[in-house]
Ligand binder design. Structure first.
Ligand code: XMP
Length: 520
């Protein structure tokens, strides 16, 4: 079934590409509503196709002839709807329409040059002097043109790199226009959406605000709602949206685990209780968490203890509020997309304990998830519309288990105190130097080793602080951020000189994969 039945939309059919969500985000940025569906579920959409103005077939890791794994519903070719196939999508549409796909002699991964062969509505304003640099990632290629198609562009290793059947409005491209490395890739998606599908702008965070507030108000009626507030972007936006919609019928519960960033609890209470006058129950559970985590060093055990305890505490306080019928959660669209890749691995992110899984069943609560059609960047825009300040909205992601997983080994009060200070120094410095918004996530960690140093005439024997700063699109892959030498050196000096307990700083230069963003 469709998420937004009444809106005109672009349907993106996912064949398991790691870039599928990028296609959707780019199209939404144009102000157009779009949805992602698995290739196995196209049938559900075909029955309700009157609002589908265009279809994009994503890339994917398979070969088009693996019939047992690839479900291609050829009915979509008969709906009279424009289709754009990207990479695997290009290959499968070519195969279905009488072309041929073969394993390439030369695989193309990375940048490649494409050359214009014929003008096309799809590539208007894309080429510069007939050429462009694009991002390729393929081992197979189309070797025989489907019937009634023309070649629009070629590359060295892919003679049928862009193809079209203008009459049917079917297009295929071998490279990835959705990836930022493709120069002017957005132009191709724009041309497809506006000039070929002729869909009108119908999606903005301003429209969303009023619409979501009305929907929530109608859904909740006179009932009461509870919401687990973490201070992060998603739960903050949910809380503010609900407060605008239902006022005092909302109660937020904020559990201070003692593992938050420096002064985070003060900021949450000041913003939500004092400024927005939201019913907020503040639970200081620092000592309980610390006690339960005493001497625990195994990362998975830490996570389990924190998750379970969080739910227990939340439940205890939630039960005190009478007549609650709903639990509000900050579920986002990427959590919702049943985007299991065709090879079986899950492409969407694992949910944190902040999406208090398990609770509704036990407590008999219905879920209200007002952000479930939105991507993170859309949630941020909505948050600003709702009057949340930029500091909350542009905050780097923070894991549910908090500082516990940035402190390998035992968790102690002393170590938490040192780590909070070091992290605060690092983050404040990034903000003061206009670097914070250029970095997707940054933090300090405290490693469970002490090393020798010398300060003045004294020998020191203190902890090692690790700094991590990464760039990323969605947290699934990441690169380390390249600071200039004098800047990172000044941070190291400041931390060592100002924070008692640290006498050495290292900078993590591993990417993800093979490392993860967090340490545990
Ligand atoms: P990793 O370490 O898996 O992290 O590369 C990817 C992103 O997820 C965040 N993360 C979490 N977020 N609960 C959360 O809400 C968690 O348990 C959790 N573990 C990791 C991490 O901060 C990064 O942004």
């Amino acid at each position: 079934m469709s998420l937004e039945d009444n809106l005109s939309k672009i349907l993106i059919v996912d064949f398991g590409s790691q870039f599928t969500q990028l296609i959707a985000r780019k199209i939404r940025e144009f102000g157009i509503y779009c949805e992602i569906t698995s290739h196995k579920k196209i049938k559900n959409h075909i029955n309700f196709h009157k609002n589908i103005k265009g279809i994009v077939l994503s890339g994917g890791p398979l070969n088009v002839y693996e019939n047992n794994k690839v479900k291609f519903n050829s009915k979509i070719l008969k709906l009279g709807i424009p289709i754009l196939g990207i990479c695997f999508g290009h290959q499968i549409i070519s195969k279905e329409l009488g072309g041929r796909v073969k394993n390439s002699k030369y695989r193309e991964f990375g940048l490649a040059e494409v050359e214009e062969v014929k003008k096309s509505i799809l590539t208007k304003n894309f080429f510069l002097k007939g050429k462009n640099n694009v991002w390729m990632s393929h081992a197979d290629q189309v070797t025989k043109l489907p019937k009634n198609f023309h070649v629009i562009a070629k590359s060295k290793n892919s003679k049928l790199c862009i193809i079209e059947n203008l009459e049917k409005k079917f297009f295929g491209i071998q490279f990835h226009p959705e990836v930022s490395h493709t120069n002017k890739g957005k132009q191709i998606l724009k041309n497809f959406v506006f000039s070929i599908c002729r869909i009108k702008r119908n999606w903005s965070s301003v429209d969303q605000k009023e619409k979501l507030i009305n929907e929530v108000r109608n859904l909740i009626g006179d009932s009461k709602v509870i919401c687990a507030l973490s201070g992060g972007v998603d739960s903050s936006v949910v809380a503010k949206l609900l407060s605008n919609a239902i006022g005092k019928k909302l109660t937020c519960i904020f559990v201070n685990t003692g593992l938050l960033r420096k002064n985070e609890e003060i900021q949450v209470v000041n913003t939500f209780k004092k400024r927005f006058k939201i019913n907020l129950i503040y639970v200081n559970a620092e000592n309980i968490f610390l006690k339960k985590l005493k001497n625990v060093t195994d990362p998975e055990k830490k996570r389990k203890i924190i998750g379970n305890l969080f739910i227990k505490i939340f439940e205890k306080y939630a039960k005190k509020i009478k007549n609650v019928k709903f639990l509000a959660q900050g579920t986002l669209y990427p959590d919702l997309i049943e985007s299991k890749s065709v090879t079986g691995s899950q492409t969407s992110k694992i949910k944190s304990h902040h999406n208090v899984g398990g609770l509704p069943k036990k407590m008999n609560l219905k879920l209200v998830e007002p952000l479930k059609y939105l991507f993170k960047d859309e949630v941020r825009k909505l948050g600003l519309e709702l009057g949340l300040n930029k500091e909350i909205i542009s905050r780097h992601p923070f894991p549910g288990p908090g500082l516990a997983i940035r402190m390998p080994g035992k968790i102690t009060k002393e170590k938490i105190k040192i780590l909070k200070e070091a992290d605060n120094y690092f983050i404040q410095s990034l903000k003061n130097n206009n670097l914070y918004d250029k970095i997707w996530q940054a933090y300090a960690a405290l490693l469970p080793v002490k090393t020798v140093g010398v300060m003045g005439d004294n020998r020191t024997y203190e902890y090692l602080c690790l700094l991590r700063a990464i760039t990323s699109e969605d947290g699934m892959t990441a690169d380390f951020y390249q600071f200039n030498k004098s800047y990172i050196q000044s941070i190291s000096n400041k931390i060592v000189n100002n924070i008692k307990g640290i006498n050495r700083v290292v900078y993590d230069i591993t990417s993800k994969p093979p490392s993860t963003i967090e340490l545990e």
